[in-house]
Ligand binder design. Structure first.
Ligand code: FES
Ligand code: FE2
Length: 350
């Protein structure tokens, strides 16, 4: 299953501090814990199966120890200590060895006395976890968490919005994000207007690594939080991951604001997901609170419609099944469906 081999966002980075946190990913209970930082920096995050190999207790109920020989996670039941290996954590090689059994301090635990370790990374304000090492056939771009350049650029202002717990599949949500033609109806007066419902869908490039579309145009009465009037707005979209999409709007003549929004989604099963919007802006005078309110409002407009869609799984024509019908305005979503089919994605589609 390709989904297991992908990096998935599980929680905001700021939520993993000095105590372990339990999360669920693709049916797997995962404990996240952060090594104590040095020199004011943040320590590495580890993602392990949330189950002690001794008697099955939840490691997320335990404690982080700042041991002289490196950070450790202590099980809440018998206090066994498991060592974190920062380098191995990046790739998910098994690195969760038991190094101390307090009830038998002379005992040297063998290699098998280890918790299961997954890959853990931090990117775009989120912790990303990968459960299984990728097969050789996985496109190279999918062997890393998605890149979102404006998040790493200190000239831009960054803001993470969410999490939004949504009762639909991750692909339905990605498709909604790629869809310009709902703006005039779902976001009337904000991102679109009924009187200007026509959109231009740019050329879509489809590659093994993802999708890209330039020059997608829509008329927007209020395209961003601090906008003062309506304008035709040109977007660029990329789909770097089956459950992620990025849109960019670059500053143009008469419009000094550049905006980039990345949608990152944790699939919580086939018909449920948790979404974050990583926003980056250059030149928008709205403050963080206003930006967040704007995003919350826009998403509150999308939610009832998206959660009403039947089926909740995105019909991509898997196993030759009949899908939905399209118009020329749906070029990007049709390309997205073909892309999922090509990749062999199975979770959240039908
Ligand atoms: S169950 Fe974890 S130390 Fe015994
Ligand atoms: Fe929308």
């Amino acid at each position: 299953m390709i989904e297991n081999q992908l990096w998935h966002p599980v929680i905001a980075s700021t939520q993993v501090r000095d105590v372990p946190v339990g999360v669920a990913l693709l049916g797997e209970a995962v404990v996240l814990w952060r090594e104590p930082g040095h020199d004011g920096g943040h320590g590495v995050v580890h993602a392990w199966a949330d189950r002690c190999p001794h008697r099955g207790a939840k490691l997320s109920l335990g404690r982080v120890l700042n041991h002289l020989r490196g950070a450790r996670l202590e099980c809440p039941y018998h206090g066994w200590q498991f060592a974190g290996d920062a380098a191995a954590a990046q790739v998910g090689a098994n690195c969760a060895r038991c190094v101390h059994v307090p009830a038998a301090p002379e005992f040297v635990p063998p290699v098998a006395h280890a918790a299961t370790a997954f890959g853990a990374r931090e990117a775009n304000g989120l912790v990303w976890v990968r459960l299984v090492q990728p097969d050789a056939g996985l496109p190279a771009a999918l062997t890393e968490p998605p890149t979102f350049e404006p998040w790493a650029d200190s000239e831009w202002r960054q803001l993470l919005c969410g999490p939004y717990d949504v009762h639909t599949s991750a692909p339905r949500l990605v498709e909604n994000f790629l869809d310009l033609s709902h703006f005039g109806f779902v976001h009337e007066g904000w991102l679109g207007a009924r009187s200007h419902a026509q959109v231009e869908t740019g050329q879509v490039q489809e590659g093994a690594d993802g999708l890209q579309a330039n020059d997608c145009k829509a008329w927007q009465p209020r395209g961003y939080a601090g906008a003062e009037g309506g304008a035709w707005v040109a977007y660029r979209y990329t789909v770097p991951h089956p459950y992620a999409a990025i849109l960019r709007k670059d500053a143009a003549e008469g419009d000094p604001v550049s905006n980039a929004i990345a949608l990152f989604i944790r699939p919580d099963g086939a018909e449920r997901c948790t979404a974050w919007f990583a926003m980056a802006t250059l030149g928008d005078l709205a403050d963080d609170e206003e930006l967040r309110e704007f995003q919350d409002t826009v998403f509150a407009q999308d939610r009832p419609v998206v959660e009403s869609q039947v089926p909740k799984r995105l019909p991509i024509g898997k196993d030759g099944a009949v899908g939905e019908v399209h118009s020329p305005a749906d070029r990007m979503s049709s390309a997205y469906r073909r892309h999922l089919l090509r990749l062999g994605v199975s979770l959240g589609v039908c």
